[in-house]
Design a protein around this ligand. Structure first.
Ligand code: PLP
Length: 395
């Protein structure tokens, strides 16, 4: 059985998204900037997509800028707010310890340029406290950037409260909503969000397309210089096919959100219930404030990477939730941020499921994971020491 349980990493392209993009890869290949009507067809498609995306977020179409993905949107939002702040002598930026690297690495770049960065604690439950944010805000704070839902553990932040506080203090608030868009309701007006990043491939559109919402009045700094596309704020011939697909996929995900959530939750709850029966395991992050599909657990005495390889042999695509892309052996910064010791953080497993998964697939995971964990423990010198009492159990 093949089970794709890594939807937080990327998703399959839906039929709706594929159908929406195909005309722009075949007959309608005009450049939206061309003056003849053939190009204007593409321009119209862009405008329609902008309206659709805006509607899904309760924004104005003029507040939507198409980008190459979530990373670019995060970069542009953060750099824009930093440049704007610096012009007013404000060089303090606030974020959290468990943001995506698109946010964290942009902040470190700015730190090297002389900005000061405060990263808020996310506590054991993976949720930022409003008091902590209040205490961190200064006269010279130029930006608060806090993610909607965490990509590794799935915890959801009190975005509306954060937005209200930032609005009251007149500090721009950027939200990396890449894991939330299409999966949870987002209302940029009601939540007082000034800038927000989304990425198509996390909700069944293709990779390489995303959007930045920037509230009217926000001054954007270009990351990509060139032509006057996206009202002069993002140069480069538009990815018309990708943008059309993203709009269609977002609309579909938002229309089906309740039904999808109703399908996903019982599968997720079964995973949590059955996998927590494994001795010395731990669920990571609050279950109360959580996106529907993400499950993150730790199993003591094993290495997450070995677990993933053995799950792969059983047809299961999962992730350790750590920065395995770089092949680094460092444990996940997210799991360390919620206070897990290094040894425990190494044995992590992220399963992220979506509406295309089935209960049969969940049962296959539930059958496989305990066997693999037992097998790996039987070969683990660390587990041996734990069993002999030469080492203390941490979970
Ligand atoms: C995937 C992801 C990103 C990056 O989006 P890309 O489109 O892949 O650049 C940023 N933030 C979060 C939370 C993500 O999950």
């Amino acid at each position: 059985m093949f089970v794709y349980a890594d939807n937080a990493a990327t998703t399959s392209v839906s039929k709706t998204a594929l159908d929406a993009m195909l005309p722009f890869l075949t007959e309608q290949y005009g450049n939206p900037s061309s003056l003849y009507s053939f190009g204007q067809k593409a321009q119209e498609a862009l405008q329609e997509a902008r309206e659709t995306v805006a509607k899904c977020l309760n924004a104005d179409p003029r507040e939507i800028y198409f980008t190459s993905g979530g990373s670019e949107a995060d970069n542009q939002a953060i750099v824009s707010a930093a440049r704007l702040g610096a012009r007013k002598g404000k060089k303090h930026l606030i974020s959290t310890k468990f943001e995506h690297h698109a946010v964290l690495h942009t902040l470190s770049k700015l730190e090297k340029e002389g900005f000061e960065v405060t990263l808020l604690d996310v506590h054991e439950d993976g949720v930022v406290r409003l008091e902590d944010l209040k205490a961190a805000i200064r006269e010279d704070t130029a930006l608060v950037t806090i993610m909607f839902a965490n990509n590794e553990i799935g915890t959801v932040q009190p975005i509306a409260e954060i937005g209200a506080l930032c609005r009251e203090k007149k500090i721009p608030f950027h939200c990396d909503a890449v894991q939330a868009a299409g999966h949870m309701p987002i209302d940029v007006k009601a939540m007082n969000i000034d800038m927000l990043a989304i990425s198509g491939h996390k909700f069944h559109a293709p990779k390489g397309v995303g959007a930045l919402y920037a509230r009217k009045g926000m001054v954007l700094t270009n990351i990509i210089e060139g032509g006057a596309q996206e009202r002069g704020k993002r140069a480069g011939t538009e990815n018309v096919a990708g943008i059309a697909a993203m709009a269609a996929a977002l609309q579909e995900s938002c229309a089906n959100m309740e039904a999808n959530t109703a399908k996903i939750l019982p599968m997720r709850d079964k995973l949590f219930a059955e996998l927590s029966k494994i001795p010395h395991s731990k669920i990571n992050g609050s279950l109360e404030h959580h996106v529907p599909g993400t499950v993150n657990m730790c199993f003591e005495g094993i290495e997450g990477e070995s677990l993933l390889l053995m799950l792969d042999d059983a047809g299961i695509c999962a992730s350790s939730g750590s920065a395995c892309t770089s092949g680094s052996l460092d444990p996940s910064h997210v799991l360390l941020a919620i206070g897990l010791p290094h040894e425990v953080a190494h044995g992590s497993l992220r399963l992220s499921i979506g509406e295309y998964n089935t209960m049969e697939q969940i049962d296959h995971i539930i059958e496989t994971v305990p066997k693999v964990v037992s097998y790996l423990r039987s070969m683990s010198p660390v587990w041996d020491e734990l069993v002999k009492g030469e080492r203390k159990h941490l979970i």
